[in-house]
Ligand binder design. Structure first.
Ligand code: SF4
Length: 424
């Protein structure tokens, strides 16, 4: 593994404060339909929107272009949370049409999900073959370690070499609400550039600093946000699609694209930590007053997206969630798992469950719910229990980690044998 200094890999792409919004009343088909009519309609919308936002041709001509969609988890309970296949197809097609030398579609999907399998199952390999573009499974590529002197939390990033070798990066996020970051947009999509070993690092209150630290060295030349069928509610993994929202947002400044997208979703951009931090540090413009919007006015199509709720308190009749002192990492992971168990009708089959997260959640023995299946979630809860009464650790189920992965509780609750020690 080679090492590089962050300053040497910074690609100073010219960014402007122009963001284009494109909207169609009706688009045939669904996010996984690759029929001709649907592809033509989406391509028309994408071409018009991108060309309104920048001189795309001059950006991609004769360049090696990496397209980074969001393929986090395909086909989750029928929910479309990945970038629309038609959008990936269209962005790749336009990049070829505008004279790119080489086009590569690359991604590392969610934690422990092999890219090769996801590309195959989703049909990305077929799109690449049809258009004559390359694919890159980031988890199979050689990597480089990069030190970022200015980083707030994420000082060493191990990144696929392919990401550093391309001339420009086109960022193609799926627009979603998000339990932990309120919205998952262009800046959040950069998390897919790093590999499993570093995914869970700082995945608590520092996540937004981590995302901005990635943005310090990897700057997308263009961001094309897919809001054809965006996700609202308990996103990113358990919400609901807003069908036929048929909107694309594009621009050269990912922070500005995210800000305008927030405005369309009925969210003040400065509520989103990563937008606020990036704006304050001069990495882009999150201030709507300073952004020039072309195309459809956000107020014309604005819809107040249902927000995701991070806490599990009072959300499930048979669950007592004690969250004293827990941070975003554990709160969001517990909620992700409980939402999934509920959607799959598994939570309803359990009698009573008590989940403790955070250092302060277990105060005294008598505070522990009687006759319940008891879970300590995260290292803080384990430490809190150990300090109060070490014997507690023998009686309860434990999900260790800081934070544990979003589906660790889901998996542990579905096992006949569950971990009962901190060493697990
Ligand atoms: S273990 Fe503690 S610090 Fe780590 S994510 Fe959970 S609550 Fe936050």
């Amino acid at each position: 593994m080679d090492k590089l200094d962050g300053k040497r890999v910074r690609k100073d792409i010219v960014r402007s404060n122009i963001v284009a919004v494109g909207h169609s009343k009706k688009i045939t088909g669904t996010p996984t339909d690759l029929n001709n009519k649907s592809l033509v309609e989406v391509h028309e919308l994408i071409t018009k929107t991108i060309d309104r936002s920048c001189n795309f041709k001059s950006l991609v001509h004769n360049k090696v272009v990496l397209i980074k969609p969001n393929l986090v988890r395909p086909g989750l309970n029928g929910l479309q949370i990945t970038t629309d296949l038609r959008v990936i197809h269209s962005v790749a097609q336009k990049t070829i049409e505008d004279g790119a030398k080489r086009v590569i579609i690359g991604e590392k999907p969610g934690y422990k999900m092999p890219a090769r399998k996801v590309f195959e199952e989703m049909g990305i390999n077929q799109i690449a073959k049809k258009l004559g573009v390359e694919t890159s499974y980031f988890d199979e590529e050689p990597t480089k370690e990069i030190e970022i002197a200015e980083a707030k939390v994420f000082k060493k990033i191990i990144i696929p070499k392919k990401v550093l070798d391309c001339d420009i990066l086109i960022n193609v996020p799926k627009v979603k609400t998000h339990i932990q970051t309120i919205a998952s947009l262009g800046i959040k999509n950069l998390l897919g550039l790093i590999l499993d070993d570093q995914r869970q690092m700082h995945h608590h209150n520092d996540l937004n600093y981590k995302l901005v630290d990635i943005l310090r060295i990897i700057k997308p030349a263009v961001t094309v946000a897919d809001a054809l069928w965006p996700v609202q509610g308990q996103g990113p993994l358990n919400g609901e699609n807003i069908k036929q929202f048929n909107t694309i947002i594009a621009g050269t400044d990912v922070v500005a694209v995210d800000a305008v997208t927030c405005s369309i979703m009925g969210i003040d951009p400065f509520e989103i930590d990563n937008i606020r931090i990036a704006d304050m540090e001069g990495l882009g413009c999150g201030n709507l007053m300073k952004i020039k919007v072309k195309g459809t006015k956000p107020t014309k199509i604005r819809k107040y997206f249902k927000r995701a709720c991070m806490s599990s308190m009072g959300a499930f009749p048979n669950v007592l969630s004690m969250e004293g002192g827990a941070c975003q990492g554990c709160l969001s992971s517990v909620r992700h798992s409980l939402d999934k168990l509920q959607v799959e009708n598994l939570l309803q089959k359990k009698e009573a469950i008590a989940i403790y997260s955070g250092m302060q959640s277990i105060k005294e023995d008598k505070n522990i719910a009687p006759n319940s299946e008891i879970w300590l979630f995260g290292d803080c809860a384990c430490l809190g229990a150990k300090q109060k009464n070490g014997d507690l650790l023998k009686k309860v189920h434990i999900v260790p980690g800081c934070p544990p992965h979003v589906f660790d509780l889901y998996k542990a609750m579905n096992k006949t044998e569950v971990p009962t020690s901190m060493e697990h």
